[in-house]
Write a protein that binds this ligand. Structure first.
Ligand code: FES
Length: 168
């Protein structure tokens, strides 16, 4: 279980990728948000080295880049898993057992909501409502909705991961 995963990117990797990304921009301060979004799309999170490069490119303090990236929930400062699992904790899902589903996921993955597995396979998050209340309780894996979830069904939707955990 981790909050901070091992970052295998080298400084040179980041600099090369950022150089290519900056070639599509003019270096104006109002480009900060789009550049942060593109950086996150590139790395799946915002590496510290990339934020340094952004500050240099836009000629603004690193603290400003960091401040903006922590203000918006869309930006992640630690690596995300290859698969993003979101468990709905909206009212409809809550009253129909979302907590049991979340507990089962946390136990099988060995992480808490908001964390990523050590092997960077899964990130577990919770959301307010995914708009499929008729199927409550719901969860998504990479934006594919799984409805009428139960703790038992968690093993089914996790597939290989569940088998791997059971073998241990
Ligand atoms: S409350 Fe869970 S989908 Fe709406």
């Amino acid at each position: 279980m981790i909050a901070l995963a091992v970052d295998s990117l080298t400084k040179a990797d980041v600099e090369d990728k950022m150089k290519a990304l900056f070639s599509r921009h003019h270096g104006e301060k109002q480009e900060l948000i789009p550049i942060l979004q593109e950086t996150q799309a590139q790395f799946r999170y915002l590496p510290a080295a990339a934020m340094k490069e952004i500050a240099r490119f836009l000629r603004m303090p690193e603290s400003t880049v960091y401040g903006v990236s922590t203000f918006y929930a869309q930006f992640k400062l630690t690596p995300l898993g290859k698969k993003i699992i979101r468990v709905c904790r909206g009212t409809a899902c809550h009253v129909r057992g979302a907590t049991k589903v979340l507990n089962e996921l946390e136990s099988r993955l060995g992480i808490k909501a908001g964390e990523t597995t050590d092997d960077l396979e899964y990130t577990l998050e919770t959301v307010a409502c995914i708009g499929a209340c008729a199927l409550a309780p719901t969860m998504t894996i990479d934006n594919v909705t799984h409805g009428k979830m139960t703790a038992k069904k968690v093993a089914e939707v996790l597939g290989d991961r569940s088998e791997a955990k059971q073998e241990k």
